[in-house]
Structure formats: structure tokens, C-alpha cells
Write a protein that binds this ligand. Sequence first.
Ligand SMILES: *Cc1c(COP(=O)(O)O)cnc(C)c1O
Length: 360
Amino acid sequence: MSRVYNFSAGPAVLPEEVLKEAADEMLDYKGTGMSVMEMSHRSKAYDTIIKEAEADLREIMNIPDNYKVLFLQGGASQQFAMIPMNLMKNKVADYIVTGQWAKKAFQEASIYGKANKIASSEDETFSYIPDCSDLPVSEDADYVYICENNTIYGTKFHTLPNTKGKTLVSDVSSCFLSEPVDVTKYGIIYGGVQKNIGPAGVVIVIIREDLITEDTLPGTPTMLKYKTHADNDSLYNTPPAYGIYICGKVFKWIKKQGGLEAMKEHNEKKAAILYNFLDESKLFKGTVRKEDRSLMNVPFVTGDAELDAKFVKEAKEAGFENLKGHRTVGGMRASIYNAMPIEGVEKLVEFMKKFEAENC
Ligand SMILES: *Cc1c(COP(=O)(O)O)cnc(C)c1O
């Protein structure tokens, strides 16, 4: 068996330990004689799996009791509609557009009410985070929306926006559990898990209880009401059961690593190795304003599209997979999520140095 260093933006690398454990339990989960994939979601064994997953996530993120944790389906993109359908009581919401994902969420919200773009960094191809200390937040906004880590462009909000008392809703798909967060600052924190936590198909929504109401937009499907899932502990219908089981294992892995403080330290160390090299390289350079850099997604270019393509090809041959930048940006992107080992980044930088010497 040989595993590559997988720099994919998502679905992405998972801890090897977790994959091995899942493999060991594949045919017979803890004496049940069946795989978790084959198990009733109403069974005792599965009840323990989902309850433990929630309890571990609550512990890791220090989630207060007045927040619900929901394990849903439809990916992060389903939330682009679910959020306005459930939260737009005044039919007004403010969006800070710092990349394609925030833009998609903004466009989706416009279907349901008045979505205002109160700040954007599109003028410089989303290479920075705008100053959000004094934005024209709408008087009657039901919420202010951000995408906290911009997977495609490699920027991150290191300071949350001043929402002037309005509920903050944040898409954390690509920085989920990468560092400590203060949950109380948010109305909703949500993310697709396939970037940093588990298999695609699960989206986790952490939502303050007062935002869960019957009062949704007319026509909101039962499955798209937070209340439906909150009232049924994420078991209204069959949940993405196997995916949640893997998420639960990753939560335990994070606890074993020392929790989110330790994750942050580990992620800062990894990112510094790559950014420090980019800052001194004669060939490669980062594309993002330094103070807004993401710890998770690191885009870079040589400035020459042909050379970029050559790099991606040779890197792949050397065992570094998925370094091609997003199709809308070009260049390269190394996603270095929680499960990327430090030696993966060290070896990548070694390879980049070699490529630079050969091509400069
Ligand atoms: C990947 C991603 C999405 C989309 O996730 P899906 O699960 O494919 O819908 C949304 N937001 C961010 C920040 C992402 O990285």
C-alpha cells in the first residue's frame, strides 16, 4: 500500500488512523455482526454513535447548551437556501462577499428576499478580506453572512465582522475544527464536512436555539426546516449514517491530538513552512494579502501558466496530488487541512525548492 500526499481542497485527506479503524470495523462493528453502513439508524449501536459524535463535538468546540448541533445532508450548498428560508423573517439579509462560496450564498438568498452585498473583495479577485469594522449593516437585517475561510482564494477572516448586534451566520466548511472558536459570537456556524472532518454528504449546523422556529418562509419544505431536525435529534429521516460515524471518529482523533488549541498550533506550524518559503522564493509567490492568509488553503503561482502546469504534473509524479488551483483561478493551491502531516508540507517545500533550482 502506498498513500500519496493529498493536497485536495475537498473531499480531502483524513487521518490515517481513522481510516484504519473504520477498515477494521467494516465487516463487524463492535460485535454487531454488521457494518455501520448496514445498520438501522434507530438501533442502539447507532444511537450511541450519533450521540457520542455530538457530545465529542460539543466538548471540542465548547458549544453552549443553548445551541443545537444538527447533522444534515445536502452539503454546504443546501444551507445557502436553508438559511434564508429559516432566518429571513424581515426578508432582509446582509452578505459579505469574499469569494465564490459567499457569492453563491448571496445569490441564493436573493431568491427569498432582499440580500444586500455590504462588502466585497471581488475588485481584487478576492485576494483579501475587506475591513468589516464599520459596515452599513441594514437596520432590519435578519442576519449578516460570511464565509469565514475562502477555500478557493485562500483568505480567512482573522477578525469577525462587526455586525452591529445582528446575528452572524458563518460558513466554516474549510476551517472547521482547525482552531478554537467562540461559538457564542455566532447565530449559526455550519460547514460541509468533506474539507476537514469526514466524507462528503454530511453538513453540520450549529445553531442558537432561538433561531429555530416554526416561522419559516411560506413553502419551506419540511426537510429544510431546522425545527424538523432539531426536534428529532437529526433523526427525522435516515441521516447520512456512515458519514456521521466517520465524523465521530475524527472528533475522537482531534481530542487525542489535544483539541483545537493543539490543532491550531499544528496548523500554524505547517502553514508557516509553506508561507515562509513562498515569501523567499524567486519562482513561486503567494496570491493573498499576508494578513488575510488562510491556514488551510494556500494558493500560489509562478506567474507563468505553462510553468504552473509543468509543476503540477511533476509534483503529481513525485506523489503530491491535487495541487492544481481552482479552475476559476489557475495556478496552484495546497490545501493543508488538519490531517495533512507536517512532513507532507516539508516534503512539498523540498520539492518546490528543487523545481525552482531546475526552472529558474
Ligand atoms: C466546498 C465548500 C462549499 C460547498 O460544499 P458542498 O458540500 O459541495 O455543497 C461551500 N462553502 C465552502 C467554504 C466550501 O469550501
